[in-house]
Design a protein around this ligand. Structure first.
Ligand SMILES: NC(=O)c1ccc[n+]([C@@H]2O[C@H](COP(=O)([O-])OP(=O)(O)OC[C@H]3O[C@@H](n4cnc5c(N)ncnc54)[C@H](O)[C@@H]3O)[C@@H](O)[C@H]2O)c1
Length: 274
Protein backbone atom coordinates (compact mmCIF):
# COMPACT_ATOMS: atom_id res chain seq x y z
CA UNK A 1 0.00 0.00 0.00
CA UNK A 2 1.27 3.51 -0.82
CA UNK A 3 2.44 5.52 2.18
CA UNK A 4 0.66 8.84 1.54
CA UNK A 5 2.75 10.67 4.16
CA UNK A 6 6.25 9.58 3.21
CA UNK A 7 6.94 12.38 0.71
CA UNK A 8 8.03 9.75 -1.83
CA UNK A 9 4.65 9.89 -3.60
CA UNK A 10 5.04 13.58 -4.49
CA UNK A 11 8.58 12.93 -5.73
CA UNK A 12 7.41 9.98 -7.85
CA UNK A 13 4.52 11.97 -9.40
CA UNK A 14 6.80 14.94 -10.11
CA UNK A 15 9.35 12.65 -11.79
CA UNK A 16 6.74 10.98 -14.02
CA UNK A 17 5.27 14.37 -15.04
CA UNK A 18 8.60 15.57 -16.37
CA UNK A 19 9.06 12.33 -18.33
CA UNK A 20 5.82 12.69 -20.31
CA UNK A 21 6.34 13.62 -23.97
CA UNK A 22 4.09 16.56 -24.81
CA UNK A 23 4.27 17.31 -28.51
CA UNK A 24 3.01 20.61 -29.83
CA UNK A 25 3.37 22.66 -32.99
CA UNK A 26 6.93 23.83 -33.53
CA UNK A 27 8.42 26.53 -35.74
CA UNK A 28 8.46 25.25 -39.33
CA UNK A 29 5.65 22.72 -38.84
CA UNK A 30 3.00 22.72 -41.55
CA UNK A 31 -0.54 23.81 -40.78
CA UNK A 32 -3.53 23.47 -43.13
CA UNK A 33 -6.39 25.94 -42.68
CA UNK A 34 -9.60 25.57 -44.72
CA UNK A 35 -11.90 28.54 -45.33
CA UNK A 36 -8.84 30.82 -45.13
CA UNK A 37 -10.16 33.68 -47.26
CA UNK A 38 -11.82 35.63 -44.48
CA UNK A 39 -13.38 35.54 -41.01
CA UNK A 40 -11.99 33.00 -38.56
CA UNK A 41 -9.93 31.26 -41.27
CA UNK A 42 -7.85 34.33 -42.05
CA UNK A 43 -7.32 35.17 -38.35
CA UNK A 44 -6.30 31.57 -37.60
CA UNK A 45 -3.90 31.48 -40.57
CA UNK A 46 -2.23 34.72 -39.45
CA UNK A 47 -1.99 33.59 -35.83
CA UNK A 48 -0.40 30.27 -36.81
CA UNK A 49 1.97 32.15 -39.16
CA UNK A 50 3.04 34.34 -36.24
CA UNK A 51 3.56 31.17 -34.17
CA UNK A 52 6.05 30.05 -36.85
CA UNK A 53 3.96 27.51 -38.81
CA UNK A 54 4.33 27.14 -42.57
CA UNK A 55 0.84 27.50 -44.00
CA UNK A 56 -1.23 25.65 -46.60
CA UNK A 57 -4.33 27.82 -46.80
CA UNK A 58 -7.37 26.48 -48.65
CA UNK A 59 -10.52 28.14 -49.97
CA UNK A 60 -12.96 28.47 -52.85
CA UNK A 61 -12.18 32.15 -53.20
CA UNK A 62 -8.93 32.56 -55.12
CA UNK A 63 -8.19 36.27 -54.76
CA UNK A 64 -8.98 36.47 -51.04
CA UNK A 65 -7.25 33.14 -50.37
CA UNK A 66 -4.10 34.33 -52.15
CA UNK A 67 -4.28 37.51 -50.08
CA UNK A 68 -4.33 35.47 -46.85
CA UNK A 69 -1.27 33.55 -48.05
CA UNK A 70 0.46 36.87 -48.85
CA UNK A 71 -0.40 38.23 -45.38
CA UNK A 72 1.08 35.08 -43.80
CA UNK A 73 4.26 35.51 -45.85
CA UNK A 74 4.41 39.16 -44.71
CA UNK A 75 4.33 37.78 -41.16
CA UNK A 76 7.59 36.05 -42.02
CA UNK A 77 6.68 32.49 -42.94
CA UNK A 78 6.18 30.27 -45.98
CA UNK A 79 2.53 30.14 -47.05
CA UNK A 80 0.80 28.79 -50.15
CA UNK A 81 -2.80 29.00 -51.29
CA UNK A 82 -4.64 25.92 -52.58
CA UNK A 83 -8.01 26.06 -54.30
CA UNK A 84 -10.50 23.56 -52.85
CA UNK A 85 -14.27 23.40 -52.73
CA UNK A 86 -14.92 21.50 -49.50
CA UNK A 87 -18.11 20.16 -51.07
CA UNK A 88 -16.06 18.31 -53.69
CA UNK A 89 -14.27 15.09 -52.65
CA UNK A 90 -12.13 15.34 -55.83
CA UNK A 91 -11.00 18.88 -54.91
CA UNK A 92 -10.11 17.77 -51.38
CA UNK A 93 -8.08 14.79 -52.62
CA UNK A 94 -6.24 16.98 -55.14
CA UNK A 95 -5.55 19.81 -52.65
CA UNK A 96 -4.35 17.34 -49.99
CA UNK A 97 -1.98 15.70 -52.50
CA UNK A 98 -0.67 19.09 -53.69
CA UNK A 99 -0.20 20.26 -50.09
CA UNK A 100 1.88 17.21 -49.16
CA UNK A 101 3.91 17.37 -52.41
CA UNK A 102 4.67 21.09 -52.12
CA UNK A 103 5.01 21.52 -48.34
CA UNK A 104 4.99 18.09 -46.68
CA UNK A 105 2.73 16.34 -44.19
CA UNK A 106 1.02 18.76 -41.81
CA UNK A 107 1.17 18.64 -38.02
CA UNK A 108 -1.97 20.81 -37.81
CA UNK A 109 -5.25 20.67 -39.74
CA UNK A 110 -7.94 23.27 -39.04
CA UNK A 111 -11.28 22.34 -40.62
CA UNK A 112 -12.78 25.81 -40.46
CA UNK A 113 -14.66 26.23 -43.77
CA UNK A 114 -18.41 26.23 -43.36
CA UNK A 115 -21.67 27.50 -44.80
CA UNK A 116 -25.03 28.35 -43.29
CA UNK A 117 -27.79 28.29 -45.94
CA UNK A 118 -30.76 29.79 -44.17
CA UNK A 119 -34.33 28.59 -44.73
CA UNK A 120 -37.27 27.72 -42.48
CA UNK A 121 -37.39 24.01 -41.64
CA UNK A 122 -40.84 23.68 -43.16
CA UNK A 123 -39.47 24.75 -46.57
CA UNK A 124 -35.92 23.38 -46.31
CA UNK A 125 -35.23 21.49 -49.57
CA UNK A 126 -33.22 18.28 -49.81
CA UNK A 127 -30.61 20.02 -52.02
CA UNK A 128 -29.84 22.47 -49.21
CA UNK A 129 -29.33 19.58 -46.79
CA UNK A 130 -27.01 17.82 -49.23
CA UNK A 131 -24.90 20.92 -49.91
CA UNK A 132 -24.63 21.84 -46.23
CA UNK A 133 -23.72 18.34 -45.08
CA UNK A 134 -21.24 17.91 -47.95
CA UNK A 135 -19.34 21.13 -47.20
CA UNK A 136 -19.59 21.28 -43.40
CA UNK A 137 -19.38 17.61 -42.46
CA UNK A 138 -18.27 15.28 -45.27
CA UNK A 139 -15.67 17.79 -46.51
CA UNK A 140 -14.26 18.23 -43.01
CA UNK A 141 -14.13 14.44 -42.63
CA UNK A 142 -12.37 13.82 -45.96
CA UNK A 143 -9.80 16.51 -45.21
CA UNK A 144 -9.10 15.09 -41.74
CA UNK A 145 -8.92 11.55 -43.17
CA UNK A 146 -6.49 12.50 -45.95
CA UNK A 147 -4.08 14.17 -43.52
CA UNK A 148 -4.54 11.64 -40.69
CA UNK A 149 -3.21 9.04 -43.14
CA UNK A 150 -0.10 11.21 -43.62
CA UNK A 151 0.26 11.77 -39.87
CA UNK A 152 0.06 8.02 -39.27
CA UNK A 153 2.53 7.34 -42.06
CA UNK A 154 5.13 9.77 -40.72
CA UNK A 155 4.56 8.55 -37.11
CA UNK A 156 4.73 12.07 -35.65
CA UNK A 157 0.96 12.44 -35.10
CA UNK A 158 -0.65 15.86 -35.09
CA UNK A 159 -3.57 18.03 -34.14
CA UNK A 160 -6.91 18.28 -35.95
CA UNK A 161 -9.42 20.99 -35.07
CA UNK A 162 -12.99 20.82 -36.41
CA UNK A 163 -15.45 23.69 -36.33
CA UNK A 164 -18.83 23.14 -34.70
CA UNK A 165 -21.23 25.86 -33.50
CA UNK A 166 -23.40 26.76 -30.54
CA UNK A 167 -26.24 25.93 -32.94
CA UNK A 168 -25.30 22.26 -32.52
CA UNK A 169 -26.20 22.51 -28.84
CA UNK A 170 -29.32 24.67 -28.86
CA UNK A 171 -30.65 24.29 -32.44
CA UNK A 172 -31.26 27.26 -34.71
CA UNK A 173 -34.38 28.61 -36.36
CA UNK A 174 -33.89 28.86 -40.14
CA UNK A 175 -30.69 26.78 -40.04
CA UNK A 176 -31.79 23.19 -39.54
CA UNK A 177 -29.23 21.58 -41.86
CA UNK A 178 -26.48 23.83 -40.48
CA UNK A 179 -27.34 22.96 -36.87
CA UNK A 180 -27.43 19.24 -37.72
CA UNK A 181 -24.12 19.43 -39.61
CA UNK A 182 -22.46 21.07 -36.62
CA UNK A 183 -23.90 18.48 -34.21
CA UNK A 184 -22.40 15.91 -36.60
CA UNK A 185 -19.03 17.64 -36.26
CA UNK A 186 -19.09 17.01 -32.51
CA UNK A 187 -19.84 13.28 -32.94
CA UNK A 188 -17.27 13.01 -35.74
CA UNK A 189 -14.63 14.74 -33.59
CA UNK A 190 -15.15 12.29 -30.73
CA UNK A 191 -14.93 9.33 -33.10
CA UNK A 192 -11.76 10.57 -34.83
CA UNK A 193 -10.23 11.33 -31.42
CA UNK A 194 -11.04 7.82 -30.20
CA UNK A 195 -9.71 6.01 -33.28
CA UNK A 196 -6.60 8.13 -33.86
CA UNK A 197 -5.36 8.72 -30.29
CA UNK A 198 -3.08 5.67 -30.60
CA UNK A 199 -1.37 7.45 -33.51
CA UNK A 200 -0.72 10.55 -31.36
CA UNK A 201 -3.37 12.54 -33.24
CA UNK A 202 -5.46 14.81 -31.03
CA UNK A 203 -8.83 15.89 -32.42
CA UNK A 204 -10.98 18.60 -30.86
CA UNK A 205 -13.90 20.77 -31.90
CA UNK A 206 -14.17 24.50 -31.36
CA UNK A 207 -17.73 25.62 -30.65
CA UNK A 208 -17.80 29.34 -31.43
CA UNK A 209 -20.56 31.66 -30.33
CA UNK A 210 -21.83 34.46 -32.54
CA UNK A 211 -18.83 36.45 -33.73
CA UNK A 212 -17.86 39.39 -35.92
CA UNK A 213 -17.62 37.73 -39.34
CA UNK A 214 -19.72 37.63 -42.47
CA UNK A 215 -21.57 34.46 -41.53
CA UNK A 216 -23.97 35.91 -38.90
CA UNK A 217 -24.41 39.05 -41.01
CA UNK A 218 -25.66 36.97 -43.97
CA UNK A 219 -28.90 36.62 -41.99
CA UNK A 220 -29.32 40.41 -42.21
CA UNK A 221 -28.52 43.35 -39.94
CA UNK A 222 -25.43 45.48 -39.53
CA UNK A 223 -22.18 44.98 -37.64
CA UNK A 224 -23.37 47.62 -35.16
CA UNK A 225 -26.58 45.65 -34.51
CA UNK A 226 -24.55 42.46 -34.11
CA UNK A 227 -22.34 44.21 -31.54
CA UNK A 228 -25.45 45.51 -29.77
CA UNK A 229 -26.65 41.90 -29.40
CA UNK A 230 -23.37 41.15 -27.68
CA UNK A 231 -24.37 43.30 -24.70
CA UNK A 232 -26.69 40.53 -23.49
CA UNK A 233 -23.82 38.00 -23.45
CA UNK A 234 -22.27 37.53 -19.97
CA UNK A 235 -18.86 38.90 -21.09
CA UNK A 236 -20.65 41.81 -22.77
CA UNK A 237 -19.69 41.38 -26.43
CA UNK A 238 -19.90 39.05 -29.41
CA UNK A 239 -16.78 37.09 -30.33
CA UNK A 240 -13.92 38.34 -32.49
CA UNK A 241 -11.93 36.15 -34.93
CA UNK A 242 -8.84 36.69 -32.73
CA UNK A 243 -10.66 34.99 -29.81
CA UNK A 244 -11.00 31.88 -31.95
CA UNK A 245 -7.45 32.12 -33.31
CA UNK A 246 -6.20 32.24 -29.71
CA UNK A 247 -7.96 28.97 -28.90
CA UNK A 248 -6.48 27.35 -32.01
CA UNK A 249 -3.00 28.47 -30.92
CA UNK A 250 -3.59 26.88 -27.51
CA UNK A 251 -4.98 23.62 -28.89
CA UNK A 252 -2.00 23.08 -31.21
CA UNK A 253 0.49 23.78 -28.42
CA UNK A 254 2.15 21.30 -26.08
CA UNK A 255 0.09 22.80 -23.23
CA UNK A 256 -2.96 21.09 -24.78
CA UNK A 257 -1.19 17.71 -25.10
CA UNK A 258 -3.72 15.96 -22.83
CA UNK A 259 -6.85 17.38 -24.54
CA UNK A 260 -8.64 15.31 -27.15
CA UNK A 261 -12.22 14.55 -28.17
CA UNK A 262 -13.52 17.75 -26.59
CA UNK A 263 -15.81 20.51 -27.77
CA UNK A 264 -14.46 23.83 -26.52
CA UNK A 265 -17.01 26.63 -26.44
CA UNK A 266 -15.71 30.16 -27.08
CA UNK A 267 -18.79 32.31 -26.61
CA UNK A 268 -18.37 34.84 -23.81
CA UNK A 269 -20.49 32.63 -21.55
CA UNK A 270 -23.62 32.71 -23.70
CA UNK A 271 -23.96 28.92 -23.57
CA UNK A 272 -22.24 27.38 -20.56
CA UNK A 273 -21.23 23.78 -21.19
CA UNK A 274 -20.09 21.42 -18.43
N1 LIG B 1 -19.00 33.61 -37.12
C1 LIG B 1 -19.80 32.99 -36.29
O1 LIG B 1 -20.59 33.63 -35.57
C2 LIG B 1 -19.73 31.48 -36.15
C3 LIG B 1 -20.38 30.89 -35.06
C4 LIG B 1 -20.33 29.50 -34.93
C5 LIG B 1 -19.61 28.74 -35.85
N2 LIG B 1 -18.98 29.34 -36.89
C6 LIG B 1 -18.24 28.46 -37.82
O2 LIG B 1 -16.90 28.92 -37.93
C7 LIG B 1 -16.39 28.65 -39.24
C8 LIG B 1 -15.88 29.91 -39.90
O3 LIG B 1 -16.94 30.85 -39.94
P1 LIG B 1 -16.78 32.38 -40.33
O4 LIG B 1 -17.71 33.09 -39.47
O5 LIG B 1 -15.35 32.77 -40.40
O6 LIG B 1 -17.43 32.33 -41.79
P2 LIG B 1 -17.18 33.22 -43.11
O7 LIG B 1 -18.39 33.04 -43.92
O8 LIG B 1 -16.73 34.58 -42.73
O9 LIG B 1 -15.96 32.45 -43.78
C9 LIG B 1 -16.10 31.13 -44.23
C10 LIG B 1 -14.94 30.79 -45.13
O10 LIG B 1 -15.19 29.48 -45.66
C11 LIG B 1 -15.08 29.53 -47.08
N3 LIG B 1 -15.96 28.54 -47.70
C12 LIG B 1 -17.31 28.53 -47.74
N4 LIG B 1 -17.75 27.50 -48.48
C13 LIG B 1 -16.65 26.83 -48.89
C14 LIG B 1 -16.45 25.68 -49.69
N5 LIG B 1 -17.47 24.99 -50.23
N6 LIG B 1 -15.19 25.28 -49.92
C15 LIG B 1 -14.13 25.96 -49.40
N7 LIG B 1 -14.26 27.07 -48.65
C16 LIG B 1 -15.51 27.50 -48.40
C17 LIG B 1 -15.47 30.94 -47.46
O11 LIG B 1 -15.02 31.30 -48.75
C18 LIG B 1 -14.84 31.74 -46.33
O12 LIG B 1 -13.51 32.04 -46.61
C19 LIG B 1 -17.56 28.01 -40.02
O13 LIG B 1 -17.44 26.60 -39.97
C20 LIG B 1 -18.77 28.47 -39.23
O14 LIG B 1 -19.88 27.64 -39.39
C21 LIG B 1 -19.02 30.69 -37.06
Amino acid sequence: MTDLNSGNLDKEIAKDGSAIVRDGMKKGDIAVVTGCARGFGRAISLRLAREGARLAVWDLLGDEGEETARMCRDAGTDAQFFHADMGSPADITAAAKATVERLGAPFVVVNNAGINLRCAAIDHPAEMWTKTLNVNLVGAFLCAQAFAREMIRNKRGGVIINFASGRAIEGAANSIAYAASKAGIIAMTKTEATEWAKHKIRVNAIIPGVSETRQPLEAGGTLEELRERGKSIPLGRVGHPDDIAGMVAFLVSADAAYITGQGLAINGGRIMLP
